[in-house]
Design a protein around this ligand. Structure first.
Ligand code: MN
Length: 133
């Protein structure tokens, strides 16, 4: 079981991701803003963070940069959840420090595969490993 922090402002997207995670036996922690998510990450030390890119208070990539600059949080893998499909956007997700990404609309098996893959790769000595290129 993984403890997964979801930072997502749209209730329909949140409900879908929570349902997928719970069905797979994982625990979901929910935050609707970047600020709330970062505070919950500090308080609860989740195994992995799912980060929406468009949030009401802060760009999800900016929030990821804050997490990756924070010694207490930087080891927690961050998976961007994005509607982006362009190569340049993938580069931006990578440059912000994300450990992986999934595209919306999320699909059950692809979503869980990426989650489990990113978490299993986590190591303090490993470099960036979230992309297949
Ligand atoms: Mn959003």
């Amino acid at each position: 079981m993984l403890r997964v922090l979801i930072i997502e402002d749209l209730p329909v997207n949140m409900l879908l991701m929570v349902a997928i995670l719970q069905r797979a036996g994982h625990e979901a922690i929910e935050a609707g803003t970047a600020a709330a998510g970062i505070a919950l990450a500090r308080a609860q030390q989740p195994d992995v963070i799912l980060m929406d890119i468009q949030l009401p208070d802060m760009d999800g990539l900016a929030a990821t940069r804050l997490i990756k600059a924070d010694p207490v949080l930087r080891a927690i893998p961050v998976i961007a959840v994005t509607a982006f499909a362009m190569k340049g956007d993938e580069d931006a997700v990578r440059a912000a420090g994300c450990d992986g990404y999934v595209t919306k609309p999320v699909r059950y098996r692809e979503f869980l595969n990426e989650l489990e893959s990113v978490v299993s790769r986590r190591s303090p000595l490993s470099g960036f490993g979230g992309f297949a290129d």
